[in-house]
Design a protein. Structure first.
Lengths: 156, 167
């Protein structure tokens, strides 16, 4: 597992060793990932990120806040119109952590869309992200996912 | 012959709260580990609600001079959950905010509307210093009913919900 000290530019994710399949070489490479305390971030192509673990300590929040700010700048710089954020495996967050998502959405407005992939069986995800979608429908889309499968029919 | 009736499984613990410790993570681990008899949605809701309430104590509770800022207790059974926090509080400080917030929530026609309103406020203003979502999460997301008692200098906040079926 590769731990990054800074976020790579999104365009760099298309290059080895960050891309899922290295041309001319057998087998996929691992996508880059980063661990911040109890939180694990996985970067996927082309503009996607997956959160795993829990997000409920000041240290993790502070570090993530900087990363999200950094990532926002890179998304804008790279002209990425949509970023997919998979939070299905983000099991626990406190209210201050939800604030990070709110702030991210505020900054993304009119610049790019954030598509959250949620586990509808996790109450906090279902309730908080649906409210965020209703507040900022142009900036936020929520897709309810079946665990380890695609989106539910018609659920956006 | 009188058959022994096995006691219903339950969980009843309390923690001293102090700043700069990982007591909240320890509390959540215990609920996750020892609350397995309770259905997952209620167990997760209890862990979240207890976390939010205890975090408020850690943020705003008065230090007793020995490093403790308050206490949280959790009683969990298959049929219900009860959380209580106690902490010292200056009359002009945190109890006013906490009590008015709880009164506003408990008297609201729709907690969902308050929850949405708070998100709207946060989305519209990145400079909000305080999130003020914790008590709304406890009621709207976790399904607890809140109550308070202030007997200076002690502030007690209680939260309870049924756990017999998922929300």
């Amino acid at each position: 597992v590769r731990h990054l000290t800074t976020w790579p530019p999104l365009s760099a994710l298309n290059d080895p060793p960050f891309n899922a399949v290295v041309p001319g070489k057998a087998g996929p490479s691992r996508p880059p990932s980063k661990t911040i305390g109890s939180l694990r971030l996985h970067f996927h192509l082309p503009c996607a990120i997956r959160f795993e673990g829990s997000l409920a300590s000041a240290m993790v929040r502070n570090e993530l806040k900087h990363h999200l700010s950094d990532m926002h700048d890179r998304i804008v710089a790279d002209g990425c119109p949509v970023i997919t954020v998979d939070v299905q495996m983000l099991q626990f967050v406190d209210s201050s952590a939800i604030r990070l998502f709110v702030d991210w959405i505020s900054r993304a407005t009119y610049k790019y869309k954030i598509v959250f992939l949620i586990d509808p069986g996790t109450t906090w995800q279902r309730l908080s992200f649906s409210v965020l979608q209703s507040m900022a429908p142009d900036s936020v889309e929520v897709r309810e996912m079946e665990r380890n499968s695609g989106a539910k029919d018609g659920s956006t | 012959v009188i058959a022994a009736v096995p006691a219903a499984p339950s969980f009843d613990r309390s923690w001293q709260l102090a700043r700069g410790t990982d007591v909240l993570a320890a509390m959540k681990r215990e609920v996750d580990l020892h609350g397995q008899f309770c259905h997952a949605a209620c167990r997760e809701a209890t862990a979240m609600a207890a976390w939010e309430l205890a975090e408020n104590v850690i943020k705003y509770g008065l230090d007793d001079g020995l490093g403790s800022v308050g206490r949280v207790s959790i009683a969990l059974s298959a049929s219900g959950a009860f959380i209580r926090t106690t902490n010292g509080a200056n009359a002009e400080g945190s109890p006013v905010d906490a009590i008015s917030a709880i009164d506003r929530i408990t008297s609201a026609v729709s907690v969902a509307a308050l929850y949405r309103q708070r998100f709207r406020e946060l989305l519209g203003d990145l400079d909000h210093a305080r999130t003020k979502l914790g008590l709304l999460r406890v009621t709207f997301e976790a399904g607890f009913q809140l109550s308070h008692r202030y007997d200076a200098p002690e502030l007690e906040i209680s939260a309870r919900r049924e756990c017999s079926k998922p929300r």
